[in-house]
Ligand binder design. Structure first.
Ligand SMILES: *Cc1c(COP(=O)(O)O)cnc(C)c1O
Length: 351
């Protein structure tokens, strides 16, 4: 057994590969606040073209990308309809409300991660002085590692459009969704990413998750929309200078790290299968690169002890609300098998 640390806490923990560092080293740089950075401009054109949009904006984080999107779609007193577990509602400090006076209208998710069409329709307010103006539907794909069914994405975005709402996708893990969807349709990830993106007026993508770049996200949309987002990015302190160094890493990820996401999905599957049948463990079958594990019965109180047992063996995972294992570029078969063995050992020794 090796002592190599295995970090399942998130797909954000990856180290840039040597090839990615080389691409960064060679990047041509300029001051992006003046629009002068050729590597940033190239990345923005690359991702916009890939996803079928007129324009894109490179931003430091996915949180800032969603903030720029919501504040570009909505004015003060507008609202966005969003899932209870959506990152841009629950996990971003309430930024849209704090910085934009934009009210969220959260809805409960169905078991498959979708928002019921009837719930969306019922949440859209009539034009009446009592109500905030319903302005935007925000979906997330993947959501907690779940791929939203494509016919659902089409139906929900069509419904929103028919009611005069804009549509934003938090596609932090859009390419995980695209790879999983391609496995279903027999198509390729680029085609599926574009088919999903085309249902929306704006799409945010993270380079710093499964794609393996150190920092950065992109927001895609129309020229007008991106011009508004550009102003908000500046206001939020996201105007960066020689950020082509980071954009080069993101471009490298788009060129080399999309198809390989299938490996992460296979490792998540291997982990889930390895854990099947342990009494007290409920393992949610993963659709992409995230495995959720719930402890039940006598095991319920043992999650902190289990996490410590794993940490003692150099295996990190999180248990913020459920035990979560995320596979990524820096996790391999050996790491997955070590985690399975360590978890089995924990339950054997404790009964
Ligand atoms: C990680 C993530 C974000 C943004 O995260 P940052 O840490 O701000 O880059 C947004 N949405 C989803 C679904 C995410 O997983």
């Amino acid at each position: 057994m090796t002592n190599k640390l295995i970090d399942f806490r998130s797909d954000t923990v990856t180290q840039p590969t040597f090839a990615m560092r080389a691409a960064m080293q060679e990047a041509k740089l300029g001051d992006d606040v003046f629009g002068d950075d050729p590597s940033v401009n190239a990345l923005q054109e690359q991702i916009a073209a890939m996803l079928g949009f007129e324009a894109a904006l490179f931003v430091p984080t996915g949180t800032q990308s969603n903030l720029c999107a919501i504040l570009s779609h909505c004015q003060r007193g507008d609202e966005y309809i969003v899932g209870q577990q959506a990152h841009c509602y629950r996990w971003e400090g309430g930024g849209a409300a704090v910085f934009g006076s934009v009210q969220p209208q959260p809805l409960a998710h169905q078991a498959d991660g979708t928002l019921a069409l009837a719930d969306i329709e019922a949440a859209i307010k009539p034009d009446d002085a009592h109500f905030a103006r319903s302005r935007l539907l925000a979906l997330e794909n993947t959501l907690g590692g779940k791929l939203l069914p494509f016919d659902y994405v089409q139906a929900a975005t069509q419904l929103a459009k028919s009611k005069g709402l804009n549509r934003h996708l938090d596609g932090a893990r859009l390419f995980n969704a695209a790879v999983a969807q391609a496995a279903q349709t027999g198509s390729d990830a680029h085609t599926e990413a574009r088919r999903i993106a085309e249902c929306f007026d704006s799409v945010s993508v993270c380079f710093s998750k499964g794609l393996g770049a150190p920092i950065g996200s992109a927001l895609c949309g129309s020229h007008d929309f991106i011009a508004r987002a550009h102003r908000i990015r500046k206001m939020a302190g996201g105007g960066m200078r020689q950020s082509g160094l980071l954009a080069a890493a993101a471009s490298h990820a788009l060129d080399h790290h999309i198809a390989r996401l299938a490996l992460d999905h296979a490792l998540a599957q291997r982990l889930a299968e390895g854990l099947a049948g342990i009494a007290g463990l409920q393992v949610e079958a993963p659709q992409t690169n995230i495995v959720f594990v719930d402890l039940s019965g006598a095991a319920k109180a043992q999650s902190a002890a289990l996490l410590k047992h794993l940490a003692d063996q150099g295996i990190q995972a999180t248990g913020l609300y459920r035990l979560r294992f995320v596979t990524h570029l820096d996790v391999d078969v050996d790491g997955v098998d070590r985690a399975v063995a360590a978890i089995r050992q924990f339950f054997q020794t404790r009964g």
